[in-house]
Design a binder for this molecule. Structure first.
Ligand SMILES: Cc1ncc(COP(=O)(O)O)c(C=O)c1O
Length: 405
């Protein structure tokens, strides 16, 4: 196989931050698309808050070194930079599906004529459940109200369904194939038929640059435990475009953390939403769970998403080259688009017996990727901690476990 991975690593303009992460011993870990690795600074970030809790008790909400009252709010800046939003347009809270429900409660306002929700037919199951249950919640038959179309047929389907569409929910990047969607163009297509453009950025955030504000997306949701390295079950986030966020009359499922902070402790019964995405906040932020995310976001800000994306393109191109070489000798198909602008770092490979192969890759070769039904192996060389050597090791292992053609 081609180029020497060590030489490629040594000459890459952006050195990997691998030493700042706990990389499980002996593994080439290519599963950051599922759960990102732990930044070493995460432990100290949690410990800092434990110390403040021990030192201050309830006063930590106001007097901790990073007052807990503002803890989630202080993460909005770095998160907004990852999704191309203004700080006020994002809220760091809950997990993805919860945020999806909260925002659908506001932005899926179906009428008999316009009540359909369009998703793609390989949508992540939780998204599917969410939109089906929302349709049913409003008294519609999900089988009729939820339109599922192939990813490559989305544009035609939007035009065809036209003004029956209330919401179109799409992934920024497909969890299965790794294909990146054109957020601005699709948002425009949805708006052309009068629908709400909603985005699931689970596989985009921290992986590829996104410009939610400029694209005019209505809302978006994401989790922080994949490329954003926030840890298992880390709080996710939501984006609400400022044209909606400024409108305090948008109906919503309210809780006291969405209330105007100046009013919060007056203990009045009436809800006064704060402007911006945080107006969709419901409950007390989970400070200890946010601490690792704080450590991780500091890395993103230090490196910069554009430099990271540039390294990502180089790393993924290298793995891609190796996979295409294998495909000439072994029965596998790379199903991720070849054009670098249409993918992030993940490459998906379809092959027979993929589930068993994923097990063998791990157990016999220490290569951790993951398997997704029906026949897909996903390899995600993430630029913060993966190296060209990880890519090479994954490719060598794949060659070894696949039977010759
Ligand atoms: C594309 C996508 N959407 C939604 C989810 C669900 O996220 P959560 O469990 O945080 O609600 C996931 C989880 O992996 C996902 O990959």
């Amino acid at each position: 196989m081609s180029s020497d991975p060590q030489a490629l690593e040594a000459s890459d303009p952006l050195p990997s931050l691998r030493d700042e992460f706990h990389v499980p011993e002996g593994w080439a870990y290519l599963a950051g698309n599922s759960l990102g690795l732990q930044p070493k600074a995460a432990r100290a970030a949690i410990e800092d808050e434990l110390v403040e809790w021990a030192r201050l008790g309830v006063e930590g909400w106001f007097e901790a070194r990073e007052p807990w009252l503002e803890y989630a709010g202080s993460l909005r800046g770095p998160v907004a930079r990852l999704v191309g939003a203004a700080e006020d347009e994002v809220a760091v809270m809950n997990t993805l599906t919860v945020n999806l429900h909260l925002l659908l409660a506001s932005f899926y306002r179906p009428t008999p004529a316009r009540h359909r929700i369009l998703i793609e037919d390989t949508a992540f199951p939780s998204d599917s459940y969410a939109v089906q249950s929302q349709a049913a919640w409003h008294g519609f038959d999900p089988a009729e109200a939820v339109v599922r179309v192939p990813l490559d047929g989305v544009v035609e389907a939007i035009a065809r369904e036209g003004d029956s569409l209330a919401v179109v929910l799409l992934p920024g990047l497909s969890y299965l194939t790794g294909e990146m969607l054109d957020v601005p163009a699709l948002t425009e297509a949805v708006h052309a038929v009068g629908g709400v453009a909603a985005w699931d950025l689970a596989h985009s955030i921290g992986n590829v640059p996104v410009s939610l504000h400029d694209a005019g997306a209505d809302f978006a949701v994401w989790c922080s435990y994949k490329y954003a390295n926030g840890g298992p079950g880390a709080p996710g986030g939501a984006f609400v475009h400022e044209r909606h966020g400024r409108r305090l009359d948008v109906p919503r499922l309210a809780g006291w953390w969405g209330n105007d902070p100046a009013e919060r402790f007056r203990m009045e019964p009436d809800f006064v939403p704060r402007p911006g995405a945080e107006g969709w906040g419901v409950s007390t932020p989970t400070v200890l769970a946010l601490a690792p995310l704080r450590a991780s976001l500091e890395q993103f800000d230090r490196v910069g998403l554009n430099a990271l994306r540039a390294r990502s393109l180089r790393l993924t191109a290298y793995l891609e080259e190796l996979l295409y070489e294998i495909a000439q000798r072994r029965p596998l198909t790379v199903i991720t688009p070849r054009e670098p602008g249409r993918r992030g770092c993940q490459l998906s490979v379809a092959c027979d017996d993929a589930k068993r192969l994923a097990g063998r890759l791990r157990d016999e070769h220490g290569v951790v990727c993951d398997f997704r039904e029906p026949d897909v192996l996903r390899f995600a060389p993430t630029p913060l901690y993966n190296t060209y050597c990880d890519c090479r090791r994954a490719a060598d292992a794949l060659l070894a476990v696949l039977d010759p053609r």
